[in-house]
Ligand binder design. Structure first.
Ligand code: ARG
Length: 577
């Protein structure tokens, strides 16, 4: 149950019953301080003002109408008309008792959600810039699926464009000397791309051939298409290794690259012309948008077809949005793309809306993110100033995690150690990214992300092992343990209330595409658990059997929340470290 929504509904009803207009919101939020109750309703003040009533008096009428028998202990009117809500701890305990691995999250009425993420470019190494999109997008995908939505993963790879002419020409030359070149030379795609470009810029005859291949490729020539496919396959094979290593759920089946929309482009352009949205301008086809102004203050022209007949990135995104409505039946489309592409998307969608390609009800959402910066606050680069390859980055994460884990004395077997290293290295890299509000740039710093203190993956993974160890010491099974929960201590109550909020946090992540909300939640939950663990002994002599059992039952709910929560973030847990 989403407790916040549940309370909000109760207060919305009470407000209306007390005379507020239909549709008034309870505006229920978790309280900032314990003495303000567990939640508070802020819905009274705005309505009282509109109705010209004294807010505290109106609050009193609302309180009398609230139907939450058994759920709350009391309501208190505070300040200018806030209503503080104190939940009944036996009701909370009962709710928690019913919590399993889903931690109170119910399956929702399912929407079809297309999620556009990762989207690397063919014949280019996936670099750290694609890392954010991949990690954040995948966490949101997991959350949406957990909630019962139908998710279509759309890996909108850059697999089309004039650069393929030079890439094919270069590949052809390499294959002349060595037919097996694909396995060998192409292991370094960045280098392959650089060489093609160099030849293209310096060798006119090569460039001529390359341009010719572009035309042939677009015309559907079989040989050119085979060569193109080889480049796509090799690239995506390499990327798949990174996805697997990163514990990202993308597979080859999720590739829906730019090329897929190619056939739609001429029709879209013709249609936009017919609708009077696009016009010929100096040989190109352009859509002028009032909504965007150029530097002279005139409507901005968005080119959708070049003079030479070529289509653009924007044309593809227009067709793509249309496809996501017509073919995928998407209710929502979430784009995880860096913030520098905001204008590009807004322009494409403005055109899409004007042309009526998608219904008003279909939401197109840009979940933008900032850049990944080095310690010096500048874009993340190698020491020599090059782009950092994702695979190198993950290698380094593994080396650092190995050193870290080896430095701790432990009685783990080699296999267990390796599992810890895998979980910690990948977890640290992912969590460092996920835990920051994605809209800002973030500084990539090894020491911070691998620390066992603070809001990091190792800290949370360690907290999970503490819970697991409680059960080992108690000689009880975490999986099958069951007992009544009774909330006596303040620390127990605080922990229980935090557990009750799992559902509302997960809903917020799905709504806002913001996994950092779940990270913050898990970090706070771990803190509440640590406090509880200090204050409420379990495996000590003298602890009454029922109290001990209730505390273990609480621990089990914590373990589930940590495990499920980290899983939703794509981060693994281990039982021991
Ligand atoms: N391949 C693009 C890039 O590397 C990202 C594509 C994002 N998705 C989209 N529908 N435009 O910048």
């Amino acid at each position: 149950m989403n407790l916040r929504n549940f309370l909000d509904q109760a207060f919305s009803k009470a407000l209306v019953a007390a005379g507020a207009p239909e549709g008034t919101q309870g505006m229920v939020r978790p309280s900032a301080k314990a003495n303000f109750g567990d939640y508070q309703s802020n819905g009274v003040m705005p309505v009282a003002k509109k109705l010209g009533m004294n807010p505290r008096e109106f609050a009193q009428q609302v309180v009398e109408k609230v139907a939450l028998d058994g759920v709350i202990d009391k309501l208190e009117i505070a300040g200018p008309g806030f209503i503080n809500i104190f939940l009944n701890k036996d009701w909370v305990a009962d709710q928690l008792k019913a919590f399993d691995e889903r931690c109170g999250v119910e399956s929702q009425q399912s929407q079809t959600v297309a999620v556009d993420y990762s989207a690397p470019n063919v014949a280019k190494e996936m670099h750290v810039g694609h890392l954010r999109s991949t990690i954040i997008g995948d966490a949101v995908v997991r959350v949406l699926e957990f909630l019962g939505h139908k998710v279509v993963r759309c890996n909108h790879i850059g697999d089309w464009g004039t650069q393929f002419g030079m890439l094919i020409a270069h590949l052809e030359e390499l294959m002349r000397d060595n037919p097996d070149v694909l396995e060998s030379e192409l292991s370094d795609l960045e280098e392959f791309y650089r060489q093609s470009k160099q030849k293209y810029d310096s060798d006119e005859e090569f460039a001529e051939r390359a341009r010719n291949y572009v035309v042939k490729l677009q015309g559907g020539d079989q040989w050119c298409n085979d060569m193109w496919r080889k480049l796509v396959d090799v690239t995506m094979e390499q990327n798949q290794k990174s996805y697997d290593r990163l514990n990202v759920t993308l597979t080859r089946d999720d590739v829906m690259g730019e090329s897929q929309y190619n056939d739609m482009l001429p029709t879209v352009v013709a249609d936009l012309k017919e609708k009077g949205l696009a016009v010929e301008d100096e040989g190109a086809v352009v859509v002028f948008l009032e909504e965007f102004k150029n530097k002279d203050g005139d409507p901005m022209g968005v080119i959708i077809q070049k003079k030479d007949g070529g289509f653009l990135y924007t044309t593809t995104d227009i067709a793509c949005a249309k496809y996501r409505h017509e073919e995928l039946g998407a209710d929502r489309v979430l784009y995880f793309i860096d913030s520098r592409q905001a204008q590009h998307l807004q322009q494409a969608w403005t055109i899409v809306r004007k042309a009526g390609y998608v219904p008003e009800t279909m939401s197109l959402e840009h979940h933008a993110f900032g850049m990944m910066l080095g310690k010096d606050g500048r874009p993340f680069k190698t020491r020599s100033g090059g782009v950092v390859k994702l695979s190198d980055l993950l290698d380094e994460a593994e080396q650092r995690a190995t050193a870290l884990i080896e430095s701790k004395s432990s009685d783990l077997t080699d296999q267990q150690k390796q599992d810890v290293i895998d979980a910690v290295s990948i977890g640290a890299v992912k969590y460092a990214d996920l835990s920051k509000n994605r809209t800002t740039d973030y500084i990539f710093e090894w020491d911070n992300m691998l620390s066992f203190d603070g809001n990091t993956a190792p800290y949370l993974q360690y907290a999970y092992t503490r819970v697991a160890s409680v059960f080992r010491k108690a000689e009880e099974s975490l999986e099958s343990f069951s007992a009544d929960i009774v909330l006596h201590d303040e620390a127990e109550r605080t922990l229980a209330m935090k557990l009750m909020q799992f559902s509302e946090v997960v809903d917020a992540v799905a709504k806002e595409g913001a996994p950092h909300l779940l990270c913050t939640y898990l970090y706070e939950l771990s803190g509440n658990f640590m406090t509880f663990y200090e204050a409420c002994p379990i495996n000590k002599e003298g602890v009454e059997a029922e109290v001990r059992a209730s505390r273990l039952a609480l621990c089990k709910r914590v373990a589930n929340a940590m495990c499920t929560g980290l899983n939703l973030l794509g981060i693994k847990v281990v039982d021991r470290m």
